[in-house]
Write a protein that binds this ligand. Sequence first.
Ligand code: ZN
Length: 320
Amino acid sequence: MSKKKGRFAPSPTGRMHLGNVVAALLSWVSAKRDGGSWLLRIEDLDPQRSRYEYARQIEDDLSRLGLDWDEGGLDGIGQAGPYVQSMRGEFYEEALRRLDSQGLLYGCTCTRADILATQAPHQSDGRVVYSGRCRPAAEPPFASVLEPASAAASATGEAGEGSDPLTAGRRPALRVAVGDEDIRFVDRYAGECVYNLRRDCGDFIVRRSDGAWAYQLAVVVDDALMGVTEVVRGEDLLLSTAQQIHLYRLLGYEPPEFAHFPLITNADGQRLSKRDRAESLESLFARYTPREIIGMAAYRAGLIPEPMPVGPGEVLGFRF
Ligand SMILES: [Zn+2]
């Protein structure tokens, strides 16, 4: 029997807030309760917003709160490293080649305005569904987008005369085709979930036009190669999970178990964000001890019956 392995995968784009502590604590408790291990991965794929100092700060904050990781982190404890996404391009490249060899990728040159103008009209909740504007007319398998010949052709096209000035010098984003089929999974909190990716998001991006790796691809490759057995995260990522299950299947990996907890909200009933300064760890550490902060997070997560100073290990003892 393989041991349970949970993970926490923050983006180093600012100081953590209480919602991040809840996420870390829930995944830590879930893994540790069954004698499993906990991994820390730094998701710094966004080069504009990610900062090394923030990653270091996240590690300091977790350590101070007693949320110790057994594997991962900036120093890369363990065999499946590196545990920093910006250092893992070769693994994502390999996965991209496998998708391409199945004829499931195509280039997309749409701007955000193009996507909004052509998306299906029934999406009113702010979610953007890609219409398939750049999808080849024939069904997959599509022609390779990565073979040297086509790469050379597109390089010539970019430099050559008569190329569209709006797209010159810009590589197309790469999208993976989705089928018109239901993706079902049972979530520990949300229960049975059903998504149809064609209806709910359309063909989605696996590599951005600026060359950055898309979150969905990187997360699947990392969780699979790192041997993660359960993913505990906020319910805002349920649709992402359906997209990720699609990639797990295409890449031949076994999906982990999923647990998407309800997001905690601020006093106005809105989802906590980095803008809620009163709930940021900077502000919380100025007013509370680490045990009091863990107690608040544990109470908000429904792990203990009332707020009280506790360490993460003591939270394991509560069952109510
Ligand atoms: Zn497009």
